[in-house]
Design a protein around this ligand. Structure first.
Ligand code: CP
Length: 305
């Protein structure tokens, strides 16, 4: 594996090997251990959109594996003076960086960067427009596997919220399909659902009602309501959104009693999820965050080989 830009078409054995490696790295993920295979490598974090979890966990993952890390600040960089992203990458390569972690608003920028990178460099997506967020998909699968076991084929999974604009939903669906989930329910207000022919959601079932989406499901994946969608007129009010699509304790009771609740963050508490659910016994949201470090360690190690 030279680059990781998407989970689409990633073979099942590769995906499972990454999950196995991340699981094995869990003890090293939360403190610096003796395992330092990336010593001598420089990882550059290039984020052109805000991030808390992904940026911090890629930085920690690289450091815990012994790499040097450059945290490139897009706002104060020479891209503000018109320098292109390809020139930025080449300049960082000239300083010895060999692995580029990139988040960008526009889809396809990452593919162009990967195409322009030196043969010895790798590019990993930290969020690519609305099309993919592969390491989020992997950490979500690791979290589900830890709570529900390795056989995904019997799981019912509901993905709820702003599906249309969500790169997390796309990567999760790709990974869930690869791991054999047959019942993937996509639910949200009509204005936030993908087009019926959207290839990324092939094989999923669209549900137009929260109760139907949650009915008897094993895994509930809530998505952030992207508040900018209100400005676009796609959502009428936060109160209505919570009433119709918010995950309250009463709504969660429609899922299986041992259902788990995921959310990629950042959460809008009281909009898509109630405090009592986000902080409740079925929430695995902070497990996702811890798993993010382990997954990113596994990915960086695989790319550096
Ligand atoms: N889940 C996620 O991508 O969070 P950040 O935007 O904080 O990185």
């Amino acid at each position: 594996m030279r680059h990781l830009l998407t989970l689409q078409d990633l073979p099942r054995d590769t995906l499972e090997r990454l999950l196995d490696a991340a699981q094995a790295l869990r003890p090293d993920a939360l403190r610096r251990g003796p395992h330092r295979p990336l010593r001598g490598l420089t990882v550059a974090n290039l984020f052109f959109e805000p991030s808390t979890r992904t940026r911090a966990s890629f930085q920690l993952a690289a450091q815990r594996l012994g790499a040097d890390v450059v945290n490139f600040d897009a706002e104060s960089s020479s891209t503000r003076k018109g320098e292109t992203l390809v020139d930025t990458l080449r300049n960082l390569e000239a300083m010895g960086a060999g692995l580029f972690v990139v988040r960008h608003t526009h889809s396809n920028v990452l593919a162009a960067l990967a195409g322009a990178a030196a043969e010895t460099s790798s590019v990993v997506s930290a969020g690519d427009g609305r099309t993919s967020h592969p390491t989020q998909g992997l950490l979500d699968m690791l979290t589900i596997r830890q709570h529900k076991g390795e056989d995904f084929s019997r799981l019912s999974v509901a993905i709820i919220g702003d599906i249309r604009h969500s790169r997390v939903a796309r990567s999760d669906v790709e990974a869930l399909r690869t791991l054999g989930v047959r019942d993937i329910r996509i639910a949200g207000p009509e204005s936030l659902l993908p087009d019926a022919d959207a290839e990324a959601f092939h094989g999923t079932r669209t549900v137009h009602d929260l109760a139907q989406a949650l009915d008897g499901c094993d895994v509930v994946m809530m998505l952030r309501l992207q508040r900018e969608r209100m400005d676009e007129g796609l959502v009428s009010s936060l109160e209505e959104y919570y009433r119709d699509w918010g995950l309250s304790p009463e709504a969660l009771a429609l899922a299986k009693p041992d259902a788990i609740v995921l959310h990629p963050g950042p959460m809008n508490r009281g909009v898509e999820i109630a405090d009592a659910v986000a902080d409740g016994p079925q929430s695995v949201i902070l497990d996702q965050v811890s798993n993010g470090v382990a997954v990113r360690m596994a990915v960086l190690e695989a790319l550096a080989r």
